[in-house]
Design a protein around this ligand. Structure first.
Ligand code: GRF
Length: 203
């Protein structure tokens, strides 16, 4: 399967996928990495792996709709079977969602539907939850609202309240990377079907 991965930051989830696709048995190849900004470690990781990259910043386009059109065309040009948004910090536009419906996989560092949005780790910590975690889901038109594929649980420690969630997010990312690689591999090899918001992957 052909993967396009979209990133906005350090790209450790991308790195986990780069490492995983090196095994031919994984059943996928990363054909391109896209970003919404320049000068991020995620793009360095892609370049070190010899992968084609592209950047589409919202501010380089007339408006959000034009950015949506440009990003959709850039991704479509690589003929992806799956698009993976791993730490991609923009809400994908309606044109993008329509073009790749049912084939966009996102990872979120909280147990959706709890704590969606850009501050899921801090929001969970502030709420005082005892467990949180990460969710791999299909992207629909909402923010972190698409059908859930897999989740991983991470316990919250008392010391987590001392560093604004940094240590907790690192523990979540350790689980998240493994969950994402597992799910993307299974989707790539087995395909999937969606029934009434439930995503099923053949065992
Ligand atoms: C991940 O925890 C992702 O779920 C969240 O931001 C983090 C990105 O990490 N949206 P990285 O860029 O993959 O290292």
């Amino acid at each position: 399967a052909r993967l396009v991965v979209l990133v906005s930051g350090s790209g450790t989830n991308l790195q986990a996928l780069i490492d995983a696709v090196a095994d031919p048995a994984f059943g996928a190849e990363i054909v391109a990495v896209g970003a919404d900004r320049d000068s991020i470690a995620g793009l360095d990781r892609a370049e070190r792996a010899g992968l084609p990259t592209f950047v589409h910043r919202v501010k380089d386009h007339a408006d959000r709709a034009a950015w949506d059109t440009a990003l959709t065309a850039a991704v479509a040009g690589h003929r992806p079977d799956l698009v993976v948004t791993a730490g991609f910090m923009k809400i994908l536009g309606p044109e993008f969602i329509a073009a790749f419906a049912g084939r966009i996989v996102n990872t979120h560092p909280a147990l959706l539907p709890a704590f969606p949005g850009a501050h899921g780790v801090a929001d969970a910590l502030a709420y005082g939850v005892k467990v949180t975690g990460c969710t791999v889901h299909l992207v629909d038109g909402g923010v972190d609202t698409g059908p859930i594929i897999a989740q991983g649980v991470v316990a919250v420690e008392e010391t987590d309240h001392a560093d604004g969630g940094a240590a907790l997010h690192e523990r979540i990312k350790t689980v998240e990377r493994q969950l994402l690689v597992d799910v993307v591999g299974r989707l790539a090899r087995e395909g999937h079907r969606i029934e009434d918001r439930k995503v099923w992957i053949p065992a």
